[in-house]
Ligand binder design. Structure first.
Ligand SMILES: Cc1cc2nc3c(=O)[nH]c(=O)nc-3n(C[C@H](O)[C@H](O)[C@H](O)COP(=O)(O)OP(=O)(O)OC[C@H]3O[C@@H](n4cnc5c(N)ncnc54)[C@H](O)[C@@H]3O)c2cc1C
Length: 493
């Protein structure tokens, strides 16, 4: 990085150090570019990981873990804000983009050079650097074993999901940062490699604006935190800028900078409804990794899987019907939490606030189809958990007490849970800068170059053109890897 007339100058600036940003920085440094990464959050060592959820949320999460997605019902959303981004607090579940979505995206968004054969080496690269693998049935914790009992009773299609966490020793701290470094967040897996290749990571550095002249980005204005709470606003000039600030911040930054064509107009999420099951036997879910299986019988519209479990999360899950349910807290050792996840077919937007700090306002309106799928998912998952031996199933639905029989459960196959009673959350967001050649619906081309700007790229969850119906990190990293290599090829490196 060189200093000219008080402005710093770099060849490639990457904004954000999560799944997309860390991948981009690695590839470009490896291909001979000079790369600087600007990260809004702070750098934390493993010794700071695995603390209580409230402490972890202060350090590692945006807005201390409280970011609502507004709509006719608010949906709780969280994302990371620290070196490594959301990969530091995620569960490491790993999927490849299913062939069906690959084809659907290609057809709908006009993606070119986008096939199983093209993507295969990029997934393989990510799986190797993150050591992605399965634990195997012998290592399943009790919360997985009882879930499997239900799957077998129903004879449904299911799988143990691979994770980027081989060496996991059940500290149950995925969401508070893995203190053992077993979960391969970017701070463990890719950032040290990037630094060894010469990449500089500036943390506590929030990009406020992209500076544009004609059809080029000339640089950025960034706020750098100083010790004692003050901050400096600095200009950093760059030849090329990759925005990898995540699905909500990337579109916000682009829109704040006047780049708005199909940006933030198609925000998609996987809405999730949690349920907690009470068994006769001790599960001790608070002392193990979350359930490792996912039910794919009703995929792509509906999936079931395991949720993070702590005493605090249990209280939250029971809070919708607290007066009826609080007594169940005492039996926490016999409980485990699971979720119904739906693909999400509603419509959403991301907009920068006009007043104040210009932070995003997130909106998502559940479709009637989403509500039907959530209701049917609740019916089926509850039936399955009862078949697994659960005595009681507590859904996060206001006014709907515990479900204790199959008859109570199947009601929701034909009726919809009132929309306003649903307490939903999500940790998967995407599609705010969709990529593809269809300029009438895409913000960027098939390799993430923003339409109409010569040297600006998006390379994170925002580029996924639609909801993938699976945990998205694998797809984000594979596409970011492909796009960064394409960029290097195009620029003679
Ligand atoms: C609790 C949780 C559990 C999850 N579990 C899984 C899972 O098991 N499997 C899976 O596949 N996915 C999971 N996900 C989702 C997955 O982690 C994300 O989809 C993925 O990390 C998104 O990658 P990204 O690069 O788009 O954004 P991120 O990884 O979030 O990185 C974006 C980074 O940009 C920084 N940034 C934002 N704005 C600015 C700015 N203006 N200036 C500088 N820096 C900025 C942020 O601080 C952040 O560090 C989970 C997510 C969460 C929150």
């Amino acid at each position: 990085m060189t200093e000219t007339n008080k402005a710093l100058r770099v060849q490639v600036l990457v904004i954000g150090s999560g799944a997309g940003g860390a991948t981009t920085a690695n590839v470009l440094a490896d291909r001979g570019f000079e790369v600087v990464v600007l990260e809004e959050g702070d750098r934390h060592g493993l010794s700071e990981y695995g603390q209580s959820p409230t402490r972890a949320m202060r350090k590692l999460y945006r807005n201390f873990g409280m970011t609502p997605v507004m709509g006719s019902i608010p949906i709780g959303y969280v994302e990371g804000r620290c070196l490594g981004g959301s990969t530091e607090i995620n569960s490491g579940f790993w999927h490849r983009l299913p062939p069906e979505f690959l084809l659907r995206w290609k057809a709908r968004f006009g993606l070119i050079d986008f096939s199983h054969e093209v993507l295969e080496p990029h997934f393989a690269w990510a799986e190797e650097v993150l050591n992605v693998g399965e634990r195997g049935q012998a290592g399943w914790p009790k919360s997985t074993q009882v879930f499997n009992r239900g799957i077998e009773a129903m004879d449904w299609s299911a799988q143990e999901v691979k994770r980027a966490a081989t060496g996991c020793v059940n500290t149950n701290s995925c969401s508070t940062g893995c203190p053992k470094g077993a979960k391969q967040g970017m701070s463990v897996a890719l950032i040290p490699r990037a630094e060894a290749l010469g990449v500089r990571f500036l943390t506590g550095c929030k990009v406020k604006l992209l500076l544009k002249h004609s059809k080029r980005i000339t640089g950025v204005l960034a706020e750098i935190k100083r010790e004692g709470g003050s901050s400096d606003l600095v200009r950093i000039d760059a030849d090329y800028v990759f925005v990898c600030a995540g699905p909500t911040q990337t579109p916000t930054l682009l829109r704040r900078s006047g780049i708005k064509e199909h940006v933030g107009d198609s925000f998609q999420i996987h809405p999730m409804l949690k349920v907690t099951a009470l068994f006769d036997e001790v599960i001790d879910a608070q002392d193990s990794v979350m359930p490792l299986l996912q039910v794919k019988e009703f995929w792509p519209d509906i999936s079931f899987g395991g949720s993070f479990f702590s005493i605090g999360h249990l209280a939250l899950n029971l809070a919708d019907n607290w007066h009826e349910n609080f007594d169940a807290m005492k039996q926490y050792r016999n409980m485990a939490s699971y979720y119904v996840g739906v693909r999400g077919t509603g419509s959403g937007t991301v907009r920068a606030k006009i007043l104040g700090d210009g932070d995003p306002v997130l909106k998502y309106e559940l479709s009637d189809v989403d509500v039907r799928h959530l209701s049917q998912g609740l019916a089926r998952l509850s039936t399955m958990l009862l078949a697994a031996g659960a005595k009681e199933v507590y859904p996060c639905v206001f006014g709907l007490g515990k479900i204790t029989s199959e008859l109570e459960a199947v009601r929701w196959l034909d009726e919809s849970v009132p929309r306003s009673s649903l307490s939903l959350t999500t940790v998967h967001a995407f599609s705010t800068c969709p990529m593809g050649e269809r300029a009438d619906r895409c913000a960027a081309d098939s390799f993430g170059k923003v339409h109409g700007v010569q040297n600006l790229f998006v390379n994170d969850a925002s580029m996924l053109p639609d909801s993938p119906g699976i945990n998205p990190q694998g797809t984000i990293m594979a596409l970011a890897h492909r796009n960064a290599h394409h960029f290097a090829d195009m620029h003679g490196h």
